[in-house]
Write a protein that binds this ligand. Structure first.
Ligand code: GAL
Length: 410
């Protein structure tokens, strides 16, 4: 064999080798992170995976419901992705029960997830002793985000410390000609607003009586009906452009000072940062009314569809260990607006809102599991339908309470 053919043979062998290694760690990841802040954060996960030797294939599908449905269709259709995003919840428990997911026990045990993860997160991902998802963050879905300039214009000197003070602030914003409450008119956002308002205005006990104890009598009681009444009162502070609006477009109204305040998950913070705004300077954030407000724990995970393909399993394990690594956790959560799932990371560089969140996470008496950790997707879906109907029609509080009592009991 002459020199040229030898060199060619070596080159081909190297290329094949490289291709083989690439195939070994090629990971197609389905997710719904399409907003400016979300895409910037996702890049941190993808870059960390690439730095670990992986090949990232990005499958972004806008909207959580659409993305999850697409992931399940691919699984059931026999062409699963390597990984897919779900919320830290019961959303993927049906496909676990159907035997359609791989577990990542090997990574979880090696990296000590039992010690590393907070109980609400561990409870959502560990089923029958196996770890079926990698958590990537702790999101709190019911923060208040406000525009400092709008608050100044309206003469609001302090963050509201009670529902009454909140309505007083909304009245001042209205009087100042600012959209008081920035709201996206989509069912999932209306449910998120309700869940947050139930916790902040009704309190932890009422929230747990509803979502954990599924106590129908409570739903038809005066305290719960008072929450429904004040929830509907919020509608009076939302602008006519709200119907169909995406959450991040509502956040943009606050970023631009056109609206005063938004109740939204801390994924909204990713949008402020993407707009080069700083917590405490152009915008403010508070996790609830007063120093003991409830802190709803939610977040994102990636599940790993069933496969026996050794290369895909290797890629799934590499995703799981890369996503939970301390450096990835800080880089990703800094841009995502959430806080890391592990406490042994250097979070000093995270902003004021994150510092508040990290502080609250140390006080488990304030923790509340998000509703989708407590009720199955079909019940959550039924409640979402009831809430969006109540928000968008003249349905009475009594009728809505009756419908919710029936749905929560089912
Ligand atoms: C949530 C998810 C967040 C955020 C939000 C808006 O379900 O947990 O990470 O991105 O949807 O898309």
């Amino acid at each position: 064999m002459n020199q040229t053919t030898t060199r060619l043979a070596v080159a081909v062998a190297l290329a094949c080798g490289a291709a083989a290694v690439q195939a070994q760690t090629k990971a197609e990841v389905i997710h719904w992170w399409t907003s400016g802040g979300e895409s910037a954060a996702l890049k941190e996960l993808a870059n960390a995976y690439k730095a670990a030797g992986g090949v990232w294939v990005d499958s972004a599908i806008a909207g959580g419901e659409a993305s999850r449905a697409a992931a399940v269709n691919r699984i059931v259709g026999g062409t699963p992705s390597t990984a897919a995003q779900f919320n830290t919840s019961k959303q993927f428990h049906d496909i676990i029960d159907a035997g359609l997911l791989n577990n990542v026990d090997a990574v979880a045990v090696k990296d000590g997830w039992d010690k590393m993860l907070p109980a609400p997160i561990l409870n959502a991902i560990k089923v029958k002793g196996h770890y079926y998802a990698v958590p990537v963050n702790i999101h709190m879905p019911a923060w208040f985000w406000y525009s400092k300039s709008a608050f100044a214009k309206a003469g609001i000197a302090a963050e509201p410390k009670s529902p009454d003070e909140f309505f007083a602030a909304l009245d001042k914003l209205k009087a100042a000609g600012v959209v008081p409450l920035a709201q996206g008119g989509q069912p999932w956002q209306e449910k998120l607003l309700f869940d947050g308002w139930l916790a902040h205005a009704g309190g932890s006990e009422l929230y747990l009586k509803f979502y954990r104890d599924r106590d129908a009598a409570t739903v038809q009681g005066p305290a719960f009906k008072a929450v429904l009444t004040s929830f509907k009162r919020l509608k009076g502070y939302v602008d006519p452009g709200s119907p169909g609006r995406n959450w991040n477009d509502a956040t943009s109204l606050v970023i631009n000072g056109k609206a005063g305040i938004q109740l939204m998950g801390d994924w909204a913070k990713g949008e402020f940062q993407n707009a080069k705004q700083t917590a405490g300077k152009e915008f403010g954030c508070f996790p609830g009314f007063g120093p003991k407000s409830p802190y709803i724990i939610a977040g994102d995970v990636f599940v790993f569809p069933k496969t026996t393909d050794a290369a895909q399993i290797k890629a799934q394990h590499l995703l799981a260990s890369t996503f939970t690594a301390p450096a990835t956790q800080v880089a990703f959560n800094n841009k995502k607006g959430s806080i890391p799932i592990r406490t042994d990371v250097d979070a000093k560089g995270m902003d004021a809102c994150a510092q508040t969140g990290l502080q609250v996470m140390k006080d488990s008496s304030r923790h509340l599991p998000n509703s989708e950790m407590l009720v199955a997707p079909d019940v959550a879906g039924a409640l979402q339908d009831i809430i969006t109907k109540f928000w968008n029609t003249n349905q009475s509080v009594d009728d809505a309470a009756k419908a919710m009592a029936a749905a929560i009991k089912s």
